[in-house]
Design a protein around this ligand. Structure first.
Ligand code: SAM
Length: 273
């Protein structure tokens, strides 16, 4: 078993990203609770746009459901747009969403450790919230560098290692998973403190931005909707996959109250010299 479930290949391909519904549920639970921190997708697109050549060739790596891909298409009018992910199901959603919005995209089902793209063929590469799924993120950065043109830019995004630790503490306090707060971060392999150094192994870092995002879950019901999507916790099997049962269990063990949690998002912009 790897140090963090976020780099377990079976979990990544088998359940976390096997359907668009699962990732939409997790993102939706966080968005519903977010009270400050700005729009992360807008920040990525702004950074990508700030040094874009006209009609750039763009690659969105680990594109998920394509939320960033769609905004890149709208804002930057790329000559070529490639969306890479290892989940075929998610790439199907990306193709549909881009098509519905009148944009063309080439979807590529691949492992980002072996990008099937020619050398120096991309002007802008984006890799948002995905390098923490690699045990060797420097290898992925090297692949990105290989695919970029000289002067091409990459925007890489990740979260802080202490993201949502307030929820870990609550779950430990409830006695549901006493070790939750002591276990390694989900973002262990590529987080806000380590990302700039890892990116610098193959690219020249130009800018590092940090934004603190604050989430306020109105009560234990809403919190259960998020916790149910996290692979971090070792919860009893009978609660697996049911936010309703989890909420009941929370209520038996904890006073119902709003729960505030934080995560600092780090954006690294880098250039291929
Ligand atoms: C949290 S989602 C991020 C989606 C999107 N970039 C965003 O910021 O909303 C992580 C994505 O990385 C993809 N992924 C994980 N490991 C991968 C790998 N080895 N190669 C390619 N994609 C991978 C997953 O399938 C998933 O779509």
């Amino acid at each position: 078993m790897p140090a963090t479930p976020f780099i377990d290949p079976d979990l990544i391909a088998g359940s976390l990203y096997s359907t668009p519904a699962r990732i939409a549920e997790r993102t939706g639970a966080l968005h519903a609770a977010k009270i400050s921190g700005g729009d992360a997708t807008a920040a990525v697109v702004d950074l990508a746009a700030s040094s874009a050549v006209p009609a750039p060739r763009i690659c969105d790596i680990g594109c998920g459901r394509g939320t960033t891909t769609l905004r890149l298409a709208t804002r930057l009018a790329p000559a070529q747009l490639i969306a890479v992910d290892q989940s075929r199901a998610l790439l199907g959603t990306v193709a549909e969403r881009l098509d519905d919005a009148g944009h063309s995209v080439r979807t590529v089902c691949a492992d980002f450790h072996h990008l099937p793209l020619p050398d120096a063929s991309i002007d802008i590469a984006v890799a948002a919230n995905c390098l923490y799924h690699s045990a060797r993120p420097a290898d992925v950065v090297a692949q990105i560098a290989r695919c970029l043109t000289a002067g091409g830019r990459a925007v890489l995004v990740t979260k802080s290692a202490d993201s949502y630790r307030q929820i870990d503490e609550l779950i430990a306090e409830a006695g549901l998973d006493p070790d939750a707060a002591a276990r390694p971060s989900l973002y262990e392999t590529f987080h806000g403190d380590t990302a700039p150094g890892i990116v610098a192994t193959s690219l020249r870092v130009e800018q590092v931005l940090r934004q603190q995002h604050v989430f306020r879950f109105a009560g234990l019901d809403q919190l259960a909707g998020y916790v149910d999507t996290s692979p971090k916790y070792h919860l009893p099997d009978r609660l697996a996959g049911s936010a309703g049962l989890l909420a009941d269990e929370f209520r038996r063990r904890l006073r119902d109250r709003p729960v505030v949690a934080t995560s600092t998002v780090t954006y690294v912009k880098a250039v291929r010299p």
